[in-house]
Design a protein around this ligand. Structure first.
Ligand SMILES: C[S@@+](CC[C@H](N)C(=O)[O-])C[C@H]1O[C@@H](n2cnc3c(N)ncnc32)[C@H](O)[C@@H]1O
Length: 229
């Protein structure tokens, strides 16, 4: 099987398509709170109240709708919270320049690096389109503050291990060993506190012909090989 590299994946119709839901709100039935099972802004407010300031990084932020809504509350309530959103497609809603606490970045997460650490890193239905999903999960966990939280939707069916049948179980066991929680039911991965992640898998490449995953949308399979330690 021939895999796609990062550059090909970034221009794949599955990844850069205009049909996916990029307009989730902060709360409500089409909102981040529902998808993450916690309210991001409430968590940031608690952190800011304790430490004086909080930073939120949203990977694959889509149009940035949820972030703009959060930025409006941050400014209205004079909260000490900074928000950064990153997405491959620059389909950002207005507000990028209107809110001093918000920065929206057009970049591919295959090689993007943030400055500084974050109290909250979310990736709401973005990992489905990433090639090296485990690599991004590991990097995100290293960008957290000591007590920061990483949370993302992840379908283990989109991760394949060469010559291994039960890839999901093997990978989740390794993720748990590295400080993550994962629920096969909710398909949520989370970690609380910065982690230096070491996973025994080598990324081989991506397959954009995987078809729909549990979201009903076409997703990307990520292929790995297990390496002996
Ligand atoms: C289903 S949308 C979710 C958007 C947003 N989180 C929401 O819930 O409204 C997935 C997003 O991932 C972005 N994406 C896919 N591959 C990416 C990459 N390599 N780097 C950055 N963003 C990427 C897409 O452009 C898309 O906006």
């Amino acid at each position: 099987m021939e895999f796609l590299g990062d550059d090909d994946l970034d221009v794949s119709g599955v990844v850069a398509n205009c049909r996916m839901n990029r307009e989730r709100h902060l709360t409500g039935s089409n909102g981040y709170e529902r998808e993450m099972r916690f309210n991001p802004l409430a968590l940031l407010k608690t952190t800011a109240a304790t430490t004086g300031r909080a930073r939120w990084l949203d990977l694959c932020c889509g149009s940035g709708e949820a972030l703009v809504e959060a930025a409006k509350i941050v400014e209205a309530e004079d909260l000490q919270i900074d928000i950064v959103g990153v997405d491959l497609v620059r389909s950002f809603v207005g507000g990028e320049t209107e809110h001093r606490c918000l920065r929206l970045v057009g970049a591919s997460l295959t090689d993007w690096q943030p400055g500084g650490q974050f109290d909250l890193i979310t990736c709401v239905h973005g990992l489905h389109y990433i090639g090296d999903k485990l690599g991004l999960v590991a990097r995100a966990a290293s960008w957290l503050t000591e007590n920061g939280r990483f949370a993302a939707n992840l379908d283990m069916n989109n991760i394949k291990l060469r010559e291994r049948e039960s890839a999901g179980r093997i990978i989740v066991a390794e993720l748990r060993r590295n400080g993550f929680t994962y629920s096969f039911r909710t398909k949520l991965i989370q970690c609380d506190g910065r982690q230096q992640v070491r996973l025994p898998f080598t990324y081989l490449g991506a397959d954009d012909k995987a078809g729909p995953n549990y979201t009903g949308q076409a997703a990307v399979d990520s292929h790995y090989e297990q390496v002996s330690e």
